[in-house]
Design a protein. Structure first.
Length: 117
């Protein structure tokens, strides 16, 4: 069992920055890929970025060049640095972790990011 807790969301003006964190606990030795997803009101959950255990990253086109995903394996923490935020980045952001032994996916409870002037 893996437990994920996100933090760092909030209200920010367009053009501003935020850094999200996701602390993992439990059977973390089995975690392979980790990622950030988001869900805006009335829309489906979508991938924002993910990162493999070896550090390979992948980004949605909409956030390339603005967001940076990283992970600190020593601290069991996943990060998402978000720069140049836009209105359309407003969503609940979820942390995701994949169990490399069986493919099971764990989710955090989500953290709200609101971009508003």
């Amino acid at each position: 069992q893996v437990h994920l807790v996100e933090s760092g969301g909030g209200l920010v003006q367009p053009g501003g920055s935020l850094r999200l964190s996701c602390a993992a606990s439990g059977s973390i030795f089995s975690i392979n890929d980790m990622g950030w997803y988001r869900q805006a009101p009335g829309k489906e959950r979508e991938l924002v970025a993910n990162i493999g255990s070896g550090g390979k990253t992948n980004y949605a086109d909409s956030v390339k060049g603005r967001f940076t995903i990283s992970r600190d394996n020593a601290k069991n923490t996943l990060y998402l640095k978000m720069n140049s935020l836009k209105f359309e980045d407003t969503a609940v952001y979820y942390c995701n972790a994949e169990d490399g032994s069986n493919g099971f996916e764990y989710w955090g409870q989500g953290t709200q990011v609101t971009v508003s002037s």
